[in-house]
Design a protein around this ligand. Structure first.
Ligand SMILES: C[S@@+](CC[C@H](N)C(=O)[O-])C[C@H]1O[C@@H](n2cnc3c(N)ncnc32)[C@H](O)[C@@H]1O
Length: 241
């Protein structure tokens, strides 16, 4: 297993090829507790707000808005979107897909019994939606992919969505890295989070990476917005005309 703890020689100039403990076989309890602490960290570093802010432009939809969250983990983002939609009387069909079967189990455990969010276990690439998807979102997901998988993911999202897609992931630079390191020291989260958090930042992206992926995917650069959301996110957004 890789060791992602702070070193004075961290190279932020390129994506690190390191693995995360949460992607390796583990017990359900470890995976669930890791997701719980990921939610704690997400709340502290405003991890949900880039997606919720981006979704505001779709708040006037009159037909049910079909939103799929890829790499949904424990489903905290979709529960927030559900609450956001209910507060606006907005009809939605929400689905979360995650490759790890522990994720759907944890998402059901974390959700109320009345929740209508659909939890699917599967690889994002083999998901064949039964009905057209309006929006695909993902948060802290794309850094789990190789460069060529990211290009495929961009092409897949652009093909299956009718209205647009949004990626919220980490910005590969020193400030998020040392901020997370300090936060992990203070919060003492699950050991997966302490290890994977630093590695996630090293596996994540800068603007040039996303420009290259979009170009290779054949996307019109003018139709894609790449922007930072402080303190740690780099977002990629596409709204279809
Ligand atoms: C860091 S977690 C992010 C969870 C959640 N989106 C969040 O923001 O807290 C990344 C998730 O992506 C999932 N994942 C990794 N590769 C995947 C793939 N090819 N298809 C679907 N899910 C995948 C992992 O199982 C994990 O639950």
């Amino acid at each position: 297993m890789s060791n992602g703890y702070v070193s004075p020689t961290i190279d932020f100039s390129r994506r690190a090829h390191l693995s995360e403990w949460m992607d390796e076989p583990c017990s359900y309890e470890d995976f669930r507790d890791c997701l719980k602490d990921l939610d704690r960290i997400n709340r502290i570093i405003f991890g949900y707000s880039p997606t919720l802010t981006w979704l505001e432009q779709y708040a006037d939809a009159d037909a049910p808005l079909h939103i799929v969250d890829v790499g949904c983990g424990g489903g905290d983002m979709l529960r927030r979107i559900d609450a956001w939609a209910q507060s606006r009387n907005l009809p939605v069909h929400l689905a979360g897909i995650d490759i790890n079967p522990h994720a759907a189990r944890a998402a059901r455990e974390f959700s109320s019994r009345s929740s209508r969010i659909e939890w699917i276990t599967g690889d994002a690439f083999s998901y064949d939606p039964p009905v057209p998807i309006d929006l695909v979102i993902s948060s802290l997901f794309t850094h789990h992919l190789t460069d060529s998988e990211i290009v495929r993911f961009l092409q897949w999202m652009d093909r299956v969505t009718t209205r647009g897609w949004f990626i919220s992931d980490l910005h590969r630079k020193p400030i998020p890295y040392y901020l997370f390191s300090a936060l992990a020291t203070l919060m003492r989260p699950h050991r997966f989070i302490r290890h994977d958090g630093l590695i996630s930042i090293r596996r994540s992206f800068d603007r040039d990476d996303w420009e290259n992926y979009c170009a290779i995917a054949g996307l019109d650069q003018n139709g894609v917005n790449i922007y930072t959301m402080r303190p740690a996110r780099l977002c990629v957004a596409r709204e279809k005309p």
